[in-house]
Every structure is written in structure tokens, then in C-alpha cells.
Design a protein around this ligand. Structure first.
Ligand code: SF4
Length: 172
């Protein structure tokens, strides 16, 4: 597997999660995340990206935690701590849960989103997995489109967006 292919896969996921996640959550009723306490001393670094050949999906959580024989992915986010996890972050955790199940044969019950002031557990429910697979199918469908529409009205999001220079739909 070439590094170019992996790079493209990561980019693909990042871009499309960014564009589509808001719509998907409304449609699928995704879990919002439970506030939890996590002990950072139990976090272990992940050495290499996880990869699923079937879906051509790859990703690397920031940390893994072992709890009761299960592996839990931890994703660390900087910046503002939201009242509830962002949709794109929920899908990112779902990708890691999916990849962990495929790689290690054990289904994580949840993943953890670590924001500066709060941690959330995002349950990896069958509904979330199904929404993720729908999203990936949508990604493949829209992969070559150049006219994907903006899915939000959040000026701040555009302001901090890494794609704003090339985006004809940016706000502000
Ligand atoms: S600039 Fe705004 S509309 Fe364009 S990709 Fe970024 S967040 Fe989306």
C-alpha cells in the first residue's frame, strides 16, 4: 500500500466528514456523547495507522485505552470545548471504532473525545456504525463531484477552515 494512497484516503475522509456530517446526524439520530472522567495515565500511544482493505479506510486515533479486555480509541481535540461533541468528531470516533473492530476483532463499546475542559464517551451503537457506512457510501458517490454544497451557516467554521482559500462557498 503506497503512502500516497493512504494519504488520499485520510484526506478523503476528512473532507467529506467535514461537508456531510451535519446532515447525517440529523438523519440518523446519532449519539450525542456522555460526559465522562478519563485517567490519562491509562492512555497508550498508537504506533501505526489502522487500515481496512475492504473499505479502503484508514485512520489513527491519538491513543488507545484497554478497558475490560476492550480497546477504546481516544481522540484529543484542542480549541473550544463544545457543550456536545461536534458531528464530525463523532464520525471520526466511529471510524476508529470500526477500524479497531476490523483490526483486532473486538468491538469497542464506545470511543472517547477529549476536549480541553471535558471528555465525552461516544457509544459505538449499531445505528452509529450504520450511519458511518451510509456516509462512506455517500463519500464514494460524491468523490468526483466539484459542486458539493456547504452544509452549515457557521462563519467561525469557515474562518478556521483549512479549505477556505479554495472554497467558493465560504462565509465571511
Ligand atoms: S470555507 Fe466554509 S464552506 Fe468552505 S469548506 Fe470551509 S467550512 Fe466549508
Amino acid at each position: 500500500m503506497s503512502s500516497l494512497y493512504i494519504g488520499l484516503a485520510i484526506l478523503l475522509i476528512a473532507i467529506v466528514l467535514f461537508f456531510i456530517s451535519g446532515r447525517q446526524r440529523r438523519a440518523a439520530g446519532l449519539p450525542g456523547g456522555r460526559v465522562v472522567y478519563t485517567d490519562t495515565r491509562t492512555w497508550g500511544a498508537v504506533e501505526k495507522p489502522l487500515f481496512d482493505v475492504q473499505l479502503g479506510l484508514t485512520g489513527k486515533p491519538d491513543y488507545l485505552v484497554e478497558q475490560n479486555g476492550k480497546l477504546i480509541p481516544v481522540e484529543v481535540k484542542t480549541g473550544r470545548t463544545p457543550e456536545a461533541p461536534y458531528d464530525s468528531h463523532i464520525f471520526q470516533v466511529a471510524v476508529y471504532c470500526y477500524l479497531i473492530q476490523k483490526t483486532y476483532g473486538k468491538r469497542p463499546p464506545h470511543g472517547i473525545l477529549h476536549y480541553p475542559k471535558r471528555d465525552f464517551a461516544v457509544d459505538y451503537t449499531p445505528e452509529l456504525e450504520s450511519a458511518l457506512l451510509d456516509l462512506l457510501a455517500e463519500i464514494r458517490r460524491d468523490e468526483h463531484r466539484s459542486d458539493v454544497e456547504r452544509s452549515h451557516d457557521d462563519e467561525q467554521r469557515c474562518h478556521h477552515c483549512g479549505f477556505r482559500n479554495g472554497c467558493d462557498q465560504k462565509l465571511a
